[in-house]
Design a protein around this ligand. Structure first.
Ligand SMILES: *Cc1c(COP(=O)(O)O)cnc(C)c1O
Length: 386
């Protein structure tokens, strides 16, 4: 066996600090019910791991292996998670009077969305722990990603998602041989069903932030961004927020990079974007609250943003607040309009969630919240699907 130097130390509750071993399957903190986060031997890495080592490694998220939770390379389940391009959207920027608008184009990943990052990590960890059946509540793209990674690993996938989930997601899950249950409700209702049945069925729950390793996959967006910006983080990140793993992951990833001495103190202002049809984080941020209240009758064209309640709400809000960012809502009408802006100016096709960041940029500029020369990064979290 090819075991590398273990850098993952343990899991720690994000709220109460309780410690859990990573050598056994873990969900949330059994003491307070909040998400567990992976902790690494950062002091040890600080003196020994140099940025230059990356230069000779493949352009994949696995290049950051020292800060990833998989220690045995044989456990890695991969479909080719390429580093995604950071595209200078010059013509789009000009239309808003900005010179430094960039798009991190996550549509290039397996399954066409950044959910591949999280599920590659969660399924690899599940494999290393010998798990045989995984269950997930999903608004769509996480289901597709779990279905294909589980198939590749030879692990069963049990998927629960809303009846009106995009056809692409329903079909891809079927094609990959997952067990799919369509429910009359939203992702939160699907989550309840998984929670009720998992024990009896012997499923391991891989819900966002109720499973500790998806966020580790998502944080690699931040690692790539830092590396692509030559270790000088941008001024603003505009991110379409559902369960919030991306924001929480990048915030965590930046702290880790600082701890090992690869970046300085500067952080981008995190702008969390939601739809006016489902904006629990925006509402909480506007009210100055540290937690969000569940959104009722959530509805939006951006299915990835249709998350009425996020278990990591306090972590999302903390990252927004500490980064001196903001949370803003855009209407579905503005999202539909923005669907054409990146294709027509840059030739980049976007998902509705990615278009929401363009609609948000427009709003931020009109409110004077971005300076003309600031470097702004929009996350196009997935590709266009009809
Ligand atoms: C899941 C999803 C989101 C929301 O991501 P979080 O990191 O969970 O907030 C945004 N866009 C797309 C395309 C998604 O699939």
């Amino acid at each position: 066996m090819n075991i590398q130097n273990e850098t993952l130390k343990h899991l720690e509750c994000s709220k109460c600090g309780e410690i859990y071993p990573h050598t056994e399957p873990q969900n949330v903190c059994t003491a307070c019910g909040k998400p567990l986060l992976a902790r690494y031997a950062l002091e040890q890495l600080a003196g020994t791991w140099q940025r230059d080592t990356l230069l000779s490694r493949p352009a994949s998220l696995w290049r950051y292996k020292e800060l990833l939770p998989i220690s045995n390379p044989e456990d890695i389940v991969t479909l080719g998670e390429t580093m995604t391009p950071l595209v200078h959207a010059k013509r789009l920027g000009e239309t808003f009077g900005l010179t430094e608008v960039w798009v991190k184009d996550e549509s290039r990943l397996p399954t066409g969305s950044f959910k591949a990052r999280g599920l590659a990590m969660a399924v690899s960890k599940a494999k290393s722990l010998g798990l045989k059946a995984l269950a997930i509540p999903s608004a769509g793209n996480a289901a597709t990603a779990l279905a294909v990674y589980a198939a590749a690993a030879g692990i069963a996938a049990h998927i629960f998602m809303p009846q009106d989930t995009p056809v692409f997601n329903k079909q891809t899950c079927q094609l990959a041989g997952a067990n799919v249950t369509l429910i009359d409700g939203l992702i939160t209702d699907a989550g309840r069903i998984v929670a009720e049945r998992k024990e009896q069925e012997g499923w391991f729950d891989v819900s966002t932030l109720k499973e500790p390793y998806r966020v580790e996959g998502k944080k690699t967006m931040g690692f790539e961004l830092a590396e692509q910006c030559n270790w000088e983080l941008p001024d603003v990140i505009i991110y379409p927020t559902g369960g919030g793993t991306g924001i929480v992951g990048m915030w965590k990833g930046f702290a880790e990079l600082e701890a090992i001495g690869w970046i300085g103190k500067k952080r981008p202002r995190f702008i969390s974007v939601q739809s006016t049809g489902c904006a629990p984080i925006v509402k909480a941020w506007e009210e100055g609250a540290t937690e969000a209240t569940p959104w009722r009758e959530a509805q939006t064209v951006a299915s990835g943003l249709r998350v009425p309640q996020a278990i990591g709400d306090f972590l999302i809000l903390e990252a927004i607040r500490k980064s001196e960012g903001a949370a803003i809502a855009v209407t579905d009408e503005a999202i539909r309009e923005a669907m054409q802006l990146l294709p027509t100016t840059e030739g980049l096709l976007t998902c509705p969630e990615g278009a929401a960041t363009v609609a948000a940029l427009k709003q931020l500029v009109s409110k004077g919240m971005i300076e003309p020369s600031e470097r702004v990064v929009l996350f196009n979290t997935g590709g266009y699907q009809s």
